[in-house]
Design a protein around this ligand. Structure first.
Ligand code: AMP
Ligand code: ZN
Length: 139
C-alpha cells in the first residue's frame, strides 16, 4: 500500500477525523474506534512504514516512548488496573491496517478480555527453537 491510500496517513494529515490524544514531531496517538476497553489508543509513527520490519529505529524508539507516555495518561485519566501493549505485524499476525501501530490497551480487574493461552513445547523443541533463533541472530 502506498502512503497516499493509507488510512492512518490520512489521520496524520487530518483528512480523516480521529480522537487525537497526543502528538509530537514523530508520533501521533489516537483512540481506536473499536476498543477492547474505552481509552484503547493507537500510537503510530507519522512517517509511513508498514510494520515492525520496516520501521526505522528512530521512529520505533519514538513510538515506544509515546506508548509509555500514553500508558501513564490512561492510568491517571481512567484509573486503569493495568495496561497491555500489542502490535500486529503482517496479515499472518492479524494486521489489518498496514501502517505500523502499537495498541495501548487499558485493562480493568474482571474485564472480559482474554490474553493468549500458552502451550507446552514438544519433546526437544524447546532447545531446538532456541538454537534456531540464536543461529539467526549470529548471522
Ligand atoms: P490491526 O491492524 O489488527 O492492529 O487492527 C487495526 C486497528 O485499527 C483495529 O483495532 C481498528 O479498530 C483500528 N481502526 C481502524 N480504523 C480506524 C480509524 N479510522 N480510527 C481509529 N482506529 C481505527
Ligand atoms: Zn500510512
Amino acid at each position: 500500500m502506498n502512503a497516499a491510500d493509507c488510512l492512518f496517513c490520512k489521520i496524520v494529515v487530518r483528512e480523516i477525523p480521529a480522537q487525537i490524544v497526543y502528538e509530537d514531531d514523530n508520533v501521533l496517538a489516537f483512540l481506536d474506534i473499536n476498543p477492547i476497553n474505552p481509552g484503547h489508543t493507537l500510537v503510530i509513527p507519522k512517517k509511513h512504514s508498514k510494520d515492525i520490519f520496516e520501521i526505522d529505529y528512530a521512529e520505533w524508539t519514538a513510538v515506544m516512548r509515546a506508548a509509555r507516555v500514553i500508558a501513564h495518561a490512561l492510568e491517571t485519566a481512567l484509573k486503569t488496573d493495568g495496561i497491555n501493549l500489542g502490535m500486529n505485524n503482517r496479515a499472518g499476525a492479524g494486521q489489518v491496517v498496514f501502517h505500523a501501530h502499537v495498541h495501548v490497551i487499558p485493562r480493568f480487574e474482571g474485564d472480559p478480555h482474554k490474553l493468549w493461552r500458552g502451550k507446552p513445547y514438544a519433546e526437544g523443541e524447546f532447545a531446538a527453537t532456541g538454537d534456531k533463533i540464536r543461529a539467526a541472530l549470529n548471522k
